[in-house]
Ligand binder design. Structure first.
Ligand code: MRU
Length: 354
C-alpha cells in the first residue's frame, strides 16, 4: 500500500500529492509551519488524511516548544489555532485537534511536559491508525449494502460505478472510503468498471484516483466532470459512491466541488448515490449543510492550468473547493459502524452517540 503519511523519530513524512502521478516526491519535516503549508497547498489532502496530518502537525509544534510549563498553554492555544486555520471544510481536521486538546486538558495539571507530550503523540498515532482501520470496516459495510441493493442485477452481471475526486489511500490513510468500497467490491467480483471523474481544477480524480486504480489493476475510465449526466443517460453507470468532507446531522454532505451535480444527475436517472465516510467526518453539531464553511481557493487555480496561464490575469473567478449535496439525494451513508439508509437525523445521531 502507498505510504501517504507517516510519523517517526519526531519527523512527519508525506508523499507530496501535487506532483503525482508524474513524480513520487517524499518529503520529511520537523517544522510544524511546513506541515501546515503542506495541508494548505494540498500536498497532503483528503478529509481523513488531513485529520491525521493535522494531529502530527500539532506534535511537530509541541516538539518545537522551548519554554516553561507556565508558558505552554498560550503557546499551545496559538499552535492549535494555526493548525485549525489551514483548511476550513473537512471536519476531520477539527476532530483531530479536539482529540489532542482533550488529552492536554485531562493531563496538563499533573503531568510533566515530557509525560504530556508522550500522551499527545500517542493520541496522534491512534487517530492515524483508527482511520486506517475505519477504511476496512467502511469497505465491508459498503459491499454488504451494495449486495442488498443490487441483489437482482448481480445475478446476471457486474456493476459500473461512478466516483469523484480521490478517496483512496492518498486521501484516507487506509484502503480508502469510497475507493475502499470499490476496491473490495471489485475483489469480490461485483464491479465491471469504474468511471472516475477528473475533479477540476486540481484533478484529484484524473491524477490520483486513476493512479491508484491503475496500480491495483482495476478496470476504469476517466471522464471530464461535465460528462457524467450523458454517461448516466447511456445506461453506463449503475451507482455512484463518493467520499465526504463534512456530513451534517440531516445527512447533507460537503464533498469536492462537482459532487452535487453528479448527485442531481443520478437522481434524474434513478441511479443510487452513496456516501462513504468515517464517523470522524460527521459534524452532528450542524443541523444542515447551509452551515458548513465552504473553502474558496485562489482565482489562479482556475485561471492557470498547472502553471500555464489560460485566462487573462484579471478574469473574475469564483473557485469553491467543495459543494453540498442534500441528504435527500443520498441513498445511503456508509460508515465504519454501519451503513445507514434514509432518516439521517435519527441514524446519524445514534451512531455518533454510540
Ligand atoms: O480538496 P481535497 O482534495 O482535500 O478534497 C478531497 C475530497 O473532497 C474527498 O472527496 C473527501 O475528502 C473525501 S476523502 C475520503
Amino acid at each position: 500500500m502507498i505510504d501517504a503519511i507517516s510519523f517517526s523519530d519526531g519527523k512527519f513524512r508525506y508523499l507530496d500529492q501535487r506532483y503525482l502521478p508524474l513524480q513520487e516526491l517524499h518529503v520529511e519535516t520537523r517544522d510544524h509551519q511546513e506541515a501546515i503549508e503542506a495541508i494548505k497547498t494540498l500536498a497532503v489532502r483528503g478529509a481523513p488524511l488531513i485529520g491525521a496530518s493535522a494531529a502530527y502537525t500539532v506534535i511537530l509544534g509541541i516538539n518545537e516548544f522551548k519554554g516553561t510549563k507556565e508558558e505552554f498553554p498560550a503557546w499551545f492555544a496559538k499552535l492549535i489555532a494555526d493548525v485549525e486555520a489551514s483548511r476550513p471544510t473537512a471536519v476531520n481536521l477539527f476532530f483531530a485537534t479536539k482529540k489532542i486538546k482533550s488529552v492536554y486538558e485531562a493531563n496538563f495539571t499533573q503531568d510533566t511536559l515530557e509525560e504530556l507530550f508522550a500522551k499527545m503523540t500517542a493520541e496522534a498515532c491512534k487517530i492515524h491508525k483508527d482511520e486506517i482501520d475505519n477504511c476496512d470496516r467502511i469497505s465491508r459495510n459498503g459491499v454488504e449494502l451494495l449486495k442488498r441493493d443490487f441483489a437482482d442485477v448481480l445475478k446476471t452481471r457486474k456493476l459500473n460505478v461512478l466516483t469523484h475526486c480521490n478517496t483512496g489511500t492518498l486521501a484516507c490513510c487506509g484502503t480508502g472510503t469510497a475507493l475502499g468500497v470499490i476496491r473490495l467490491a471489485w475483489q469480490e467480483g461485483l464491479i465491471e468498471r469504474v468511471i472516475s471523474s477528473e475533479s477540476r481544477p486540481l484533478l484529484q480524480g484524473l491524477r490520483l484516483t486513476a493512479w491508484e486504480l491503475e496500480h491495483d489493476g482495476i478496470p476504469f475510465v476517466s471522464i471530464s466532470d461535465s460528462s457524467s449526466a450523458f454517461i448516466m443517460h447511456q445506461g453506463k453507470i449503475d451507482f455512484a459512491v463518493v467520499g465526504a468532507d463534512r456530513i451534517t446531522a440531516n445527512g447533507d454532505t460537503a464533498n469536492k466541488i462537482g459532487t452535487y451535480a453528479h448527485a442531481v444527475s443520478a437522481r434524474h436517472h434513478g441511479i443510487p448515490f452513496y456516501i462513504a465516510a468515517p464517523v470522524s467526518t460527521i459534524d452532528i453539531t450542524l443541523s444542515d449543510g447551509s452551515l458548513i464553511p465552504i473553502e474558496e481557493r485562489s482565482a489562479d487555480e482556475l485561471r492557470t492550468i498547472f502553471g500555464t496561464q489560460v485566462a487573462t490575469p484579471t478574469t473574475p473567478v469564483l473557485n469553491y473547493a467543495f459543494d453540498v449535496t442534500p441528504g435527500t439525494l443520498i441513498r445511503g451513508i456508509i460508515t465504519e459502524k454501519e451503513a445507514v439508509v434514509g432518516n439521517y437525523n435519527e441514524s446519524l445521531a445514534r451512531i455518533c452517540n454510540e
